[in-house]
Design a protein around this ligand. Structure first.
Ligand SMILES: [Zn+2]
Ligand SMILES: [Zn+2]
Length: 87
């Protein structure tokens, strides 16, 4: 069977395990945002590299997670702009 996705694979980032990779690269044909998609569990911010557990309350709430809910591995620390300068 031919692979259906053509443009998707290039931008896909590898994560700790397969379910996390699938969730972090989540794309839904019916929902433009992961927050609108009930099947999306985890969001991954490519800029801050932050993992978050999506809270489906109609908004864009999420809970930051430091461990993978599937394999239990510690997730890489997010990049935060404000941590560069120490106070
Ligand atoms: Zn994992
Ligand atoms: Zn969806």
């Amino acid at each position: 069977m031919p692979r259906r996705s053509t443009s998707k694979t290039a931008s896909e980032t590898e994560h700790c395990c397969r379910p996390m990779t699938a969730q972090a690269n989540w794309e839904c044909a019916q929902h433009g945002s992961v927050f609108d998609c009930a099947d999306a569990v985890v969001r991954y911010d490519t800029e801050s590299r932050e993992y978050g557990l999506i809270i489906h309350d109609g908004g864009t709430s999420y809970l930051s997670i430091t461990f993978c809910p599937w394999c239990g591995q510690r997730l890489p620390k997010p990049r935060r702009r404000w941590t560069f300068g120490r106070t």
